[in-house]
Structures are given as C-alpha cells and as structure tokens.
Design a protein around this ligand. Structure first.
Ligand code: CTP
Length: 417
C-alpha cells in the first residue's frame, strides 16, 4: 500500500477527521468549547497545541475532551511519523486561536513543531481563526501574512470586534466557538479549496424592521433572521467579505462577518444602500416593514377614558430592493430578493413570485410559500428560485443552511469578473 492509498483508506467511511490546532493566546480556553462541539457532532478530532498554547490550557484538558493523546513536538510516537501523518489524513485543519506568530510561521513555511509541520503536510481545507490585539492584527507584517495565506487558498476568518484581554476593546477577538464550528461544518460540507466567493464583497440583510408608535410600542413582523444569518455564514465560509445588516435579530454574530444593527426600514435602507455601493452581490433576506406611522409620539400613548382607540395613520416605506435593483451602484452586481407569498385570487404563489421579480427588477427571487406561517422561526425552508434570465431552481424542503448554499451557487454563477 502506498502512502496515499493508506491516507485514502483511513478516510473511507469514517467520521470526518479534524485537526484542531491551538496556538498560544488567551482565547485558547474558547477552543475547548469548539472541540466539544466538534466531537459531540461526530467528528474525529486530533488536538495539536503549540507549546505556548499549553501555557494557557494544559494537555490533560485537550486529551480528555478529544479522547486522544496530545503532542506538541515531533518527538513523541516518532515511529508513526506524526509530523506527516496527522496533516495527510485530515479532512479539515482549523487553527483557533491563530496568533500573529503562528500565521507568520505558516505563511513562511516554517516547521519547528507538530502544528506547523501539520500545516505543511495538510492537503485539505485549512481555516485560521485569528485572535490578537488590534495593533498586531493591523500590523503590516500580519496583513501580508494573512494575504499570503488567503492567496494560497486558506480561509482566514476576520476577527470579531469587542473586548480584548485586559481593558482594551477593538478588532481582534476570537469569534464565538459555536460560530467557528458553523464555519468548519460548512467548509467540510463543500470540500477542498472551494472558496469561490474569495475577493468578493457581499451584503445580506436579515430580520424584521420595527416602526415605532411611541417609545415602547412598534409595528413589527415575525421574521427571525435565521435565513439571513445562514446566508451570511455560508458566504463567509466561501471566502466572501460579508456585511450583514441586521434588523432586531437576537442570534449570535456569524464568524468573520461585519454586523451592522438597525431597527427601522429607513435605517435598513441607509445601511444597505451604502454597503451596496461597493458590493458584488446583495441579498435582501430581511422583512422590512412596508408602512410606518406618520407620527411617532415621544411620550407613551395613554388610553383614552372614553374607551376609544387612537387613530394610526400610516405612510409607505421606500422599497429598498427595487431601489438598489433599478439604480445599480455597481454594474454586474447580482441582486437577490425574497418573496414570502400565500397566493390569493389574483394568482398562485409562483405567479405572484414571477410578477414580483419583474416589478422589483432584481436578478433572482427566492419564493417561499408561507401559507401556514411555517417558515417563520423554523430552521427549515422550501423554496423556488426564479431568475430574471428565466431560470427556475426548485430547492426541496431542507435546512435554511442548505437553501443558503443553493442561493450562493446561483449568485456565483451569475457574477462577472
Ligand atoms: N423589500 C424591500 N423594501 C421594502 C419591502 C420589501 O427591500 N420596503 C424586499 C424584501 O427584503 C424582499 C422583497 O422586497 O427581498 C420582497 O418582500 P415582500 O414583502 O414580499 O414584498 P413587497 O414589496 O412588500 O410586496 P407585497 O406587496 O407582496 O407585500
């Protein structure tokens, strides 16, 4: 048996093999949670910490949580040639946290411990989840190293903004372990080297807007934001630079995604139009309120003693999808809308969808049948994607993550260079 036959045999039929590389940053403790998520969802995980990582979390923790022995240097179990074998047999290598030092070594091909050797021998997708102080992330050396790693096909997740070690805040936080886990499963599902949105900027809107009547009451809708967040996650896992304009969603920020929070349709419009100016693709998964009260009371509206209800006069909100589709800031961009339809006496769900696609002027319209209200808040969805070019793609009932994948497939097919 040759070495490559041996490697193929070891992958056959088994659980996906993940190498979790941990480098020496305080966020190493968060990798324990990532490890748990991976093992509990059926992945076979080998943890390869650096010596510095073991200063933060000890080898017994990694061994207990992974159920495997843990090594840092290339001198343990030499007869099994671990410095080559671990990388060769992996389906995914994820380094979390990835320090500036670890990425510098990886970018320059240095191999002075088990993790850097593993990175040189791995032929599977590699994900780096950096965590460091903002100054280190912004340093020209780190920028160059990140660019080098990305140019070689690695997925380097943008760090989150927020509280860093000590009193500092800024960009450099490790994204939440659950969200790094989502990136890993998405990359594993799509296979090696498939970062087909690398170098692309995309904008996704999610959630439902609120139109205030007074400081405590608003008109709103039932959108959970799950589909928009699944789209943002899926795009980030394909290498895109993602801005997620999020209206009143309580889900955790997807890893590597810039999240802009809004409440009203006017705010959503402002942020989407601004981000769309430099975007290759925009997906309007949000449910903007179509109407807003013409006047917002600055004080809480009181009940009248005669039992009468206050009149509410409404004005129509701007149609954001129509605006960005008909007044394109960037030629060649792909714009996607959603249509939640129930069908009525004027037409079936699909007929209404076709009419809406033409009216809005977008390139793709994802049509959901929401007759039973089943889609709201559900992790699953079923849709038909209509193209302005006449294409019709049926997406069978499945997860919103699966639908997000198909939507990006349709978008990438239409993106121009
Ligand atoms: N949309 C938008 N701006 C609005 C309303 C909707 O950009 N003010 C977008 C949604 O994000 C979605 C698409 O338009 O991508 C269709 O939303 P929908 O509510 O079905 O469309 P409406 O134009 O409101 O049509 P209807 O009269 O059927 O409600």
């Amino acid at each position: 048996m040759t070495s490559s036959d041996d490697v193929a045999a070891s992958r056959d039929g088994g659980r996906p093999r993940v190498v979790l590389g941990v480098s020496g940053g305080i966020a190493a403790y968060k990798a324990c949670e990532l490890l748990r998520r991976l093992t509990e969802s059926g992945h076979d995980v080998t943890v390869v910490p650096t010596a510095a990582a073991l200063e933060f979390v000890g080898a017994p923790t990694w061994a207990a949580l992974s159920g495997k022995p843990v090594a840092t240097d290339v001198w343990s179990g030499v007869h099994e040639v671990p410095h080559v074998r671990i990388g060769q047999t992996a389906d995914l290598v994820v380094v979390a946290p990835a320090t500036a030092d670890l990425m510098a070594k990886a970018a320059h091909g240095l191999a002075d411990d088990l993790l850097t050797n593993t990175l040189l021998t791995a032929r599977c997708p590699v994900v780096f989840a950096p965590a460091m102080h903002t100054e280190m992330w912004e340093h020209a050396a780190t920028r160059d190293n990140v660019a080098t790693l990305r140019s070689r096909g690695a997925l380097v997740i943008e760090p989150a903004e927020g509280r860093l070690t000590g009193k500092d805040t800024g960009k450099g936080r490790l994204p939440e372990p659950g969200e790094i886990f989502e990136v890993c499963t998405e990359v594993l599902a799509r296979g090696a080297g498939d970062l087909d949105l690398a170098g692309r900027r995309v904008v996704v809107s999610a959630g439902g807007t609120r139109e205030y009547l007074d400081p405590v009451r608003f008109l709103g809708n039932r959108s959970s934001g799950l589909q928009g967040y699944a789209l943002a996650r899926a795009a980030a896992a394909r290498g895109a630079d993602v801005t997620l304009v999020s209206a009143n969603v309580t889900l955790p920020d997807p890893a590597g995604v810039k999240v802009v929070r809004v409440e009203t349709t006017a705010q959503l419009r402002q942020e989407v139009v601004a981000a769309a100016a430099s975007a290759d693709a925009v997906v309007m998964a949000a449910a903007p309120a179509d109407f807003r009260p013409t006047a917002v009371s600055h004080a809480k509206i009181k009940k009248a003693s005669d039992g009468s209800a206050p009149p509410i006069e409404l004005a129509q909100n701007p149609d954001i999808l129509h605006e960005i589709s008909t007044d394109r800031a960037r030629s060649g961009s792909v714009i996607v809308g959603f249509a939640a339809e129930t069908g009525d006496d004027t037409g079936s769900v699909l007929e209404l969808g076709r009419a809406k696609l033409a009216r809005k002027g977008c390139d793709l319209l994802v049509v959901n049948d929401v007759s039973g209200g089943a889609v709201f808040g559900s992790p699953d969805n079923e849709a038909v994607i209509l193209g302005a070019d006449g294409a019709v793609t049926d997406v069978p009932y499945g997860s919103k993550t699966a639908l997000a994948r198909v939507i990006w497939d349709e978008v990438t097919r239409r993106l121009q260079d």
